[in-house]
Design a protein around this ligand. Structure first.
Ligand code: MG
Length: 248
């Protein structure tokens, strides 16, 4: 695990802010008829225009700049000619490398009007992320983050994906430690000021089990139920969490 000084945290913040701005731009494009491939091209151009590099492109051979994951797709969706339709939800994961530092964040966007169940899934997942973020303070342990996420999700009748986890981030997109979305309070690595984590609950409306499609990337719910994903890049500060992937 790495501890970052103030200058390095600010460098990661620059990358993470560009992620946030990219997500803000994409939110306005989420309408029926738009293809996920179009979203990908817009995101790549936006990131490069702002001096960044799309961190997912080429990562272990991933072919695109963003991961749009629609409805029962959990994460790692591959952009293509799929056109969004009214009522879809689109998990949108964006990673940026800027001046040698990485930022990573995700939001799940509604396309037009979505039904009440989908709306509730998005809200609970967003809340679970913030409950986890609130535990990212020096002296806590990773398990405190994990437990806060899991308990909020399960209280609302949803399930957390266990086979995919959050992670440290900084000079690489994935660093130690792993940050599971389930766990026990006061267990796991101790958190220290200067650590930077990508906290990212993946929450299913049905069973927790997931499978990977034959494309080798796209993770989908085993039962075909909806899934949502929200993520922030967060620095563990001496007095509490510092969310780096915010717009201002
Ligand atoms: Mg991540």
């Amino acid at each position: 695990m790495f501890l970052r000084g103030r200058e390095e945290v600010e460098a990661i913040r620059k990358a993470a802010k560009l992620v946030a701005r990219t997500l803000e731009m994409l939110r306005d494009e989420m309408r029926p008829g738009v293809t996920t491939g179009t979203l990908d091209r817009l995101a790549e151009a936006f990131i490069r225009d702002h001096g960044g590099r799309p961190a997912f492109k080429g990562y272990r051979g991933f072919p695109a700049s963003i991961c749009p994951s629609v409805n029962d797709e959990v994460v790692h969706g591959i952009p293509g000619d799929r056109a969004l339709v009214e009522g879809d939800i689109v998990g949108t994961d964006v990673g940026v490398e800027l001046d040698g530092y990485f930022g990573d964040a995700a939001m799940t966007f509604p396309v037009g009007r979505i039904d009440a169940g989908a709306e509730r899934l998005l809200q609970v997942t967003r809340e679970a992320l913030m409950k986890g973020v609130a535990q990212a303070k020096a002296g806590n342990r990773v398990g405190d983050i994990s437990h806060a996420i899991q308990s909020h999700v399960e209280q609302h009748g949803f399930t957390v994906v266990r086979s995919l986890v959050g992670h440290g981030i900084g000079r690489q997109m994935h660093e130690e430690p792993q940050v599971p979305n389930y766990g026990t309070p006061d267990r796991g690595p101790r958190l220290m000021a200067g650590q930077v984590l990508a906290i990212e609950p993946m929450v299913n409306a049905g069973v927790a089990d997931v499978v990977t499609r034959e494309d080798g990337w796209t993770v989908v719910t085993k039962d075909g139920a909806l899934s949502a994903h929200f993520e922030h890049t967060v620095a563990v500060g001496p007095d509490g969490p510092d969310i780096l992937s915010l717009l201002e």
